[in-house]
Every structure is written in structure tokens, then in C-alpha cells.
Write a protein of this length. Structure first.
Length: 396
């Protein structure tokens, strides 16, 4: 029987690239249009608000990651902080569901971009890409994250090209919309709730804790660096999107950044579409890796999940958990559109983020000491923002 142990093979560079990759791959290539449909030309503001909602919670995760550096981190955080063991399984499964749906959204969006590169039926594109990435995830974590790092470099370069192309395009007539206009706030808030999906990923970093060297130092730095890098990228990309593409076209496209390229440079945007496919590959791969680790961690603490607490003796990967998550990703990508998948993921994770912030508040009151500490105001603000953003996702 294989031993249930993971191997510590990940350093700070790969872990930061993992965080950037999962966030950038989690939606910016496919989500700009959906956010613009809600917030109009103020889509950049919606992304900024989403980043502000994510920041305090990211800091809370950074402290928790040094207190309890284990796989299935959120489940353990909530169990320890709230002292309710039964809630641990529910939170862990929620993270698995969120990661699975997130990967499905990105896989579906990537398949859409692939149509601009080669003619292939969408179903076969989704199944083929998904199966290949599942195979990589099974082979090994170092191999998976090294490939993810290469994907990250390619997709960040692609976003840089988008910003450059968008600045070459003539300004869209929609930019004449005046600001401030309080009547637009509901749409901006709804757009921010959807844009929050594009910041998903910093929480995935903590679930790699059992495969990271020196987790007390590496985990907080990777979380904060990846969030900062991603926020800067999103600000530039969203601005050029609403600057260069009319809202009527941008808001209905599942390939919004291809429209930006076409507005600035013309042509069919095949080169950019190929980069967007790489971004999708990255987003799917890192989410599958993360969700499998959560199942692995849950198997160590809950007898009903014990079958997943097994790692292959040679590769050191949780094979059964990886195969199950991958199959669910492909199935969800085949059935649901991107906006629906993103909305469900945001709602689930915002609820978990609220619980994690509450857990840290209670744990800091009982035991203030930690290798990395944030002020009490941070989890309090994170709790309030997460609850407010969760409520926004429930609005019609």
C-alpha cells in the first residue's frame, strides 16, 4: 500500500508563480466581458474593489499559514479557530467544489479561445485539454508547478501585449460616460462580486503547505507577492479593455482580450488566443493540484474521506483525489457557461473567507503568538468585506 506522504519540493519562486498563475489563469482572459456587462466602463473600478475585498483575507491566510501549515488549510483553520470540528469537513468540501468549478470555468473559456487557433469541436477541446492536464498533475507536484511557472510567464507576457495593443487603439465612445454616478453603484458592486473570481488563488497557496520547504517563511511571502502582482496586471488589462472595445461587444464576449488585440492591431488575434489557451491550461492545472491536496488533507482527519489520504510511492501525488477532481472539472465545463461557474465559485469562497476571518479573530484572542502576525483589525475588516461581498452575490 502506498504511504500517505507528500514530498517537500517547492521553493518560494515556484510557489509565487503558482499563486500568480492560478489567479491570472482564473479568469482575466475570459471574465472581463462579464464584468463589463455589469459595471460598464467602470469595470476597472469593479476589479479594484474586488482586490480590496481580497486583501485583508489574504493577510489572514498569511498568518494562518504559519500557525497551521497543513494541506486542507481552510478546513483546519475553521476547526481550530471556531472549535467546531464538524464544520471542518464542510469547509474542506466547499473548497474542493470551488476549485473544481473555478477550473471548469477556465477550461470552458480556454476552449473558446482555442476555436480561434484551430478548428476543433468544443467538446473535444474540453475533454482533450482536461485529460492532458490531469495526467501532468498525477506525474508529480514539482513537474506540475514547473510547467505552471512556464505557463505563468507566457500568460503574463500575453497580458503585457494586450495592454500595449489596447493603448494603440482609438478610444471607445463609451468612455464619455461621466463619473461619479451613484446610479451605477449597484452594477459596479455586482461587477466587483463577479470580478472577485479573478482574484481566487491566494487561498490555494496554503494547501501546498506540506510540499513547501520552510513553510513559515515561504507561504506568507508567496501569498502577498502573488496578490500584488496580479492586482497590477488586472488594473492595466481592464482599463485598456474598456478603453478600446465598445461595451456592446465586450459585454457579450467569452474572448474579450482577443477583441482588445483586434481593436489595436487588427487581424484574427490567433497569437493572443494561443496565449489565452496557455493561461487556461495553467488555471486548470493549478486548481486541480490544489483541490486534490484538500481531499488528501481531509482524508487525514475524517474517516469517511480516508480513501483520499494516499500518495503514490514514486510520484508523491494523491492520484485518486486528482483523478476524481479532474473528472468533475471536465463534466462541469461541458455543462455550464463561464459566468454561472464564476458566480457560484465566488459565492462559495466568500462564505469560506468569512469563516476563516472569524476563526482567526477568535484564535488571536486565545493565542496571539504566531510566526507571522497581522493586526486584529485585518481579520475584522476581512470578515466584514467578505460578508458584504457574499451578500452582493445573492442580489438579483
Amino acid at each position: 500500500m502506498s504511504e500517505p506522504t507528500l514530498k517537500r519540493r517547492i521553493g518560494p519562486g515556484l510557489l509565487t508563480a503558482y499563486g500568480v498563475g492560478v489567479m491570472v489563469g482564473a479568469g482575466i482572459y475570459v471574465l472581463v466581458g462579464a464584468v463589463a456587462a455589469q459595471a460598464g466602463v467602470h469595470a476597472p473600478l469593479a476589479f479594484l474593489l474586488a482586490g480590496l475585498v481580497a486583501a485583508p483575507t489574504a493577510l489572514s491566510y498569511a498568518e494562518f499559514s504559519t500557525r497551521l501549515p497543513r494541506a486542507a488549510g481552510e478546513a483546519l483553520y475553521v476547526a481550530e479557530g471556531l472549535n467546531i470540528r464538524a464544520l471542518s469537513l464542510l469547509v474542506g468540501l466547499a473548497i474542493v467544489v470551488a476549485g473544481t468549478i473555478s477550473a471548469a470555468a477556465v477550461l470552458r473559456g480556454g476552449a473558446g479561445y482555442l476555436q480561434l487557433v484551430i478548428e476543433v469541436p468544443p467538446v473535444w477541446a474540453i475533454v482533450g485539454i482536461g485529460a492532458a492536464l490531469i495526467a501532468v498533475a498525477v506525474v508529480g507536484v514539482l513537474e506540475s508547478l514547473a510547467l505552471a511557472a512556464v505557463f505563468t510567464l507566457i500568460e503574463v507576457a500575453g497580458l503585457g501585449l494586450v495592454v500595449w495593443a489596447g493603448m494603440q487603439a482609438p478610444p471607445s465612445p463609451d468612455l464619455t460616460t461621466t463619473w461619479p454616478d451613484l446610479s451605477l453603484m449597484p452594477g459596479i458592486a455586482a461587477g466587483a462580486a463577479l470580478a472577485f473570481f479573478a482574484f481566487i488563488g491566494f487561498e490555494d497557496i496554503v494547501n501546498m503547505a506540506e510540499e513547501v520547504r520552510d513553510p513559515a517563511r515561504t507561504l506568507p511571502r508567496a501569498i502577498l507577492w502573488s496578490l500584488a502582482i496580479t492586482a497590477l496586471l488586472y488594473g492595466g488589462v481592464t482599463y485598456v479593455a474598456v478603453r478600446s472595445v465598445p461595451l456592446e461587444a465586450l459585454s457579450v464576449s467569452e474572448r474579450p482580450l482577443a477583441l482588445v488585440w483586434q481593436a489595436g492591431q487588427g487581424g484574427e488575434a490567433r497569437f493572443l488566443s494561443a496565449i489565452a489557451v496557455v493561461a487556461a491550461l495553467n488555471g486548470v492545472l493549478v486548481q486541480v493540484v490544489m483541490a486534490a491536496r484538500v481531499l488528501f488533507g481531509l482524508g487525514d482527519r475524517h474517516p469517511a474521506m480516508a480513501m483520499f489520504h494516499r500518495a503514490h510511492p514514486r510520484t508523491g501525488t494523491p492520484v485518486l483525489a486528482t483523478l476524481l477532481v479532474g473528472a468533475c472539472v471536465i463534466a462541469a465545463a461541458l455543462m455550464l457557461p463561464v459566468a454561472v461557474l464564476a458566480g457560484v465559485t465566488s459565492s462559495v469562497l466568500l462564505a469560506v473567507f468569512g469563516l476563516v476571518n472569524l476563526a482567526l479573530i477568535l484564535l488571536k484572542r486565545r493565542d496571539p503568538a504566531a510566526p507571522f502576525r497581522v493586526p486584529m483589525a485585518v481579520p475584522v475588516l476581512g470578515l466584514l468585506l467578505s460578508v458584504a461581498a457574499f451578500a452582493a452575490t445573492l442580489l438579483p
